[in-house]
Design a protein around this ligand. Structure first.
Ligand code: ZN
Length: 300
């Protein structure tokens, strides 16, 4: 039986308008809708007076203007970045033209993989260099808010979630979203790390998640568990394909993603590749010539 993920997709918002969505939390959505960003990038504002901004979003001057205009009587004291995809961090450079706030992140794009000796040279905002590096467990304090850094590699190697301690809210970036699964695309994306980062969230007691895209996750643990079960199901599908002698990822994708439109197949193939890396790492599958898109795979 297929795993049912309790998706939520509706979002009540207007582009360019800062809205109070919870105590100490405001949001403005950038107008960059796509199959990967849902309605667009939600930039969060934490606190009042001296505020933190999470994920300034794409290099969109209208979006940054809306943010600055709405906060003209307040001060941005911190900019927190979940990760360096083009819909999350490039807005930092525009914001810096008008604000002295320091940017905080785990590192530049690919930094988490570089620590393991794996260079990642594309797929992100290569211009972004955080002013301040943050690590798991770090606490950042502002006026009426404080944030704990929760390192969650997987979607990317530097992915960081931020927990607003006053309201037990976790800002999950692209790690856990209500409307969609996360894309895990190697080399920067890493399924083994992603699954550990999901387990990590199961051990926490956050009351709600605020992802960068789409609505909140209102039942965090059930949602995370469904994602874990979903990945397990995908692994089982791959093992079944491999067991039946289907050796190529391009041949597995149409069998595994029967309800997915064909234009999404390249993304699906990268997702299968990510799962394959996990299955090869754990000895369940053997790859001929390394874990690559066009390699042949056999039972381990
Ligand atoms: Zn992303």
């Amino acid at each position: 039986m297929a795993v049912k993920i309790p998706y939520r997709r509706e979002l009540d918002f207007s582009y360019g308008k800062i809205e109070q969505i919870a105590p100490l939390v405001r949001r403005v959505v950038a107008e960059n809708p796509s199959p990967f960003t849902h309605f667009g990038t939600g930039t969060y504002i934490l606190g009042t007076g001296n505020v933190a901004v999470i994920d300034p979003g794409p290099a969109d001057s209208d979006h940054i203007d809306a943010l600055l205009q709405g906060l003209k009587n307040e001060t941005i004291s911190h900019v927190l970045v979940t990760h360096t995809h083009m819909d999350h961090s490039p807005g930092c450079a525009l914001l810096k033209e008008h604000s002295d706030a320091k940017t905080h992140a785990y590192g530049p794009h690919g930094a988490g993989k570089l620590e393991q000796g794996v260079p990642v040279e594309e797929g992100g905002d290569m211009d972004f260099v955080p002013d301040q590096l943050v690590r798991h467990g770090d606490v950042i304090e502002g006026g009426d808010w404080s944030v704990e850094c929760v390192y969650t590699p997987g979607h990317t190697s530097i992915h960081m979630c931020y927990a607003l301690r006053e309201t037990k809210s976790l800002f999950t970036g692209d790690h856990v979203m209500a409307w969609s699964t996360s894309i895990i695309s190697p080399p920067d994306g890493d399924m083994t790390a992603y699954l550990s980062s999901l387990d990590l969230l199961l051990k926490r007691d956050d009351a709600v998640y605020w992802p960068t895209h789409g609505p909140s996750v209102i039942d965090p643990k059930a949602h995370v568990q469904a994602f874990i079960d979903h990945r397990k199901e995908r692994s089982d599908q791959i093992l079944k394909c491999v067991g039946e002698g289907v050796e190529l990822i391009t041949e597995m994708v149409p069998k595994m993603y029967v309800d997915t439109p064909e234009f999404m197949y390249p993304a699906a193939a990268r997702s299968v590749l990510a799962a394959m890396e996990y299955l090869v790492t754990t000895g369940q599958v053997v790859a001929e010539g390394g874990v690559k898109l066009n390699s042949r795979y056999r039972p381990g």
